[in-house]
Design a protein around this ligand. Structure first.
Ligand SMILES: [Zn+2]
Length: 114
């Protein structure tokens, strides 16, 4: 699967080499989370180390996940950048979308409710 994804060498882990648009309303989807599987367990049909990238449609809420298998060395490198946390939520990318930001602010993100 890696040939369709590009390593970012940062907290996010990967970017798609293809455009991710919602299959229902054709809106550009935004990354929702990136979840690392460093230990080579069998998860979601993946064998070996890998990452699950989740995307959400800001318009209709459709959610889509992609499983990427990769070298354990790279997965562990990203995990180290995250100080050992397997999940990364790219909050700064959500902020670029007003509708998502409004939803997340209601849930208590961005510290606006203190
Ligand atoms: Zn949609």
């Amino acid at each position: 699967m890696l040939k369709r994804w590009k390593r970012t060498e940062d907290l996010l882990g990967y970017r798609p080499k293809f455009k991710i648009t919602c299959q229902f309303c054709k809106t550009k989807m935004v990354p929702r989370y990136s979840y690392l599987f460093p230990n080579g367990e069998l998860v979601y049909g993946m064998v070996g180390a890998g990452c699950q990238m989740a995307y959400k449609c800001p318009r209709c809420g459709f959610h889509q996940r992609f499983n990427i298998t990769d070298d354990k060395e790279y997965i562990e490198k990203v995990l180290a950048l995250r100080n050992g946390k397997v999940q990364h939520n790219p909050v700064s990318e959500w902020e670029q979308d007003d509708k998502i930001k409004a939803q997340l602010t209601a849930l208590g993100y961005f510290g606006n409710n203190r």
